[in-house]
Design a protein around this ligand. Structure first.
Ligand code: ADP
Length: 378
């Protein structure tokens, strides 16, 4: 919470510095922050910043400065309704009392405390006001969180549609091309090269679409606390080798070297499918953001921990983004430069943590990134 009640200052307007000072002292002894103001103009100026309540001694109030306060209060944001406490003695006897009430009454948060009152009455009235003010700040924060979530959702929908459309467009172009050749009775359409090409492209794009849809489903599972593991004893070195061999072709086509150093005897208690997903994600990121430079995969045992390192020499990640990219939808590149939903590392971290493991990142912009996983040994 950004503004706990004890951090919210009570702004006091009293005719003489002395009255204000006394009120400040009383409130301070009860651990309430307070500040005296000698004129309404400076108090209203201070209202532009976060504040807890306004306390006004009746003698300090005039028709003009009531109006001034009303103006300042009306400029507050929709969520804000600062409590105003008016300290009176013979308020009804003041000529303009009704008019003042009319003006301030419409602020909707005016309360009147009649003098003489006990100090505790004042303190408790101020505490009630600060409590209600704190609720307002809480509502403000909720509203901000909601607005952020809506913005994120809209951005996600925009990027997700774009990401889904790219492979679909590629498939559409291939099909239209074959259709035209078939219409022209072109025998080339049946040639082994043409068929192999079509199968390869279709396979690649279907895998891309499947990965996207799987990621989106995983997000829903994580949010609902339904991402669970089917654990068994796993020879992690074999799992890593399998994923590497699945990537061989893709790295070769990208002209990127994939080097590995895999130790033996790396057993962990894990979910095969989910661990494959983790290693796949790190390797596909190394390829995607690796600038075509060699990628090194190392798996080893470090004491009781099983370690996997995936190191590239690509674009790297600036230090301010290194924490953030493990969060949902967070990315460190612009969508127009390299596509992606910003879900892979979020899902990866969730899976690693479900395995009681840890994920670390070391990266330098322009030099490359190293993602390190650590799992407890079986
Ligand atoms: P996506 O790749 O779909 O954006 P990820 O969650 O896998 O989603 O990654 C989040 C962000 O982290 C990426 O957008 C990218 O900015 C950054 N990132 C991930 N891996 C690397 C890497 N190996 N090198 C540089 N940046 C990376």
């Amino acid at each position: 919470m950004k503004n706990p009640a004890s951090d919210l200052e009570v702004l006091i307007l009293a005719p003489t510095g002395q009255d204000g000072g006394a009120a400040v002292e009383v409130l301070n002894t009860h651990r309430i922050l307070a500040r005296p103001f000698s004129d309404m103009t400076s108090l209203c100026e201070r209202l532009k910043k976060p504040a807890g309540a306004v306390l006004i001694a009746e003698e300090a109030l005039t028709l003009e400065n009531s109006d001034q306060l009303k103006q300042a209060v009306s400029l507050q944001e929709a969520w804000s309704n600062i409590p105003i406490i008016l300290l009176t003695s013979e308020f009804e006897k003041i000529l303009s009392a009704e008019r003042i009430l009319e003006i301030l009454g419409t602020t909707g948060s005016l309360s009147i405390l009649e003098r003489p009152f006990k100090i505790l009455t004042l303190v408790s009235a101020v505490r009630v006001a600060l409590g209600s003010r704190l609720r307002q700040y809480e509502v403000k924060e909720l509203l901000e969180q909601q607005a952020k979530a809506l913005k994120q959702r809209d951005e996600f929908l925009h990027i997700a549609s774009h990401e889904l459309k790219t492979p679909l467009t590629s498939l559409k172009i291939q099909v239209q091309l074959r259709k035209k050749l078939l219409e022209k009775n072109d025998p080339g359409v049946y040639s082994p090269e043409s068929v192999t090409n079509l199968v390869n492209i279709t396979d690649k794009q279907i895998r891309r679409l499947t990965r996207l849809v799987e990621d989106m489903l995983d997000i829903t599972r994580i949010q609902g606390g339904q991402l669970t593991l089917n654990t068994e004893k796993i020879e992690f070195e074999n799992l890593v080798k399998e994923v590497i061999s699945n990537f061989d072709e893709e790295f070769r086509r990208a002209g990127c070297e994939l080097r590995s150093e895999i130790a033996g005897g790396l057993t962990i208690n894990g979910d095969r499918y989910r661990l494959e997903q983790v290693v796949t994600n790190l390797l596909s990121n190394a390829l995607k953001y690796g600038n075509g430079c060699p990628v090194d995969v190392k798996a080893s045992k470090d004491g009781k921990a099983i370690r996997l390192s995936v190191k590239d020499q690509g674009i790297g990640i600036d230090s301010t983004s290194q924490e953030r990219i493990f969060e949902r939808f967070e990315r460190a590149v612009s969508p127009s430069s390299i596509g992606g939903l910003g879900l892979g590392l979020y899902i990866t971290r969730q899976i690693v943590e479900l395995h009681h493991g840890k994920i670390y990142l070391e990266s330098t912009v322009g030099k490359g990134s190293e993602f390190i996983l650590e799992f407890p040994e079986y």
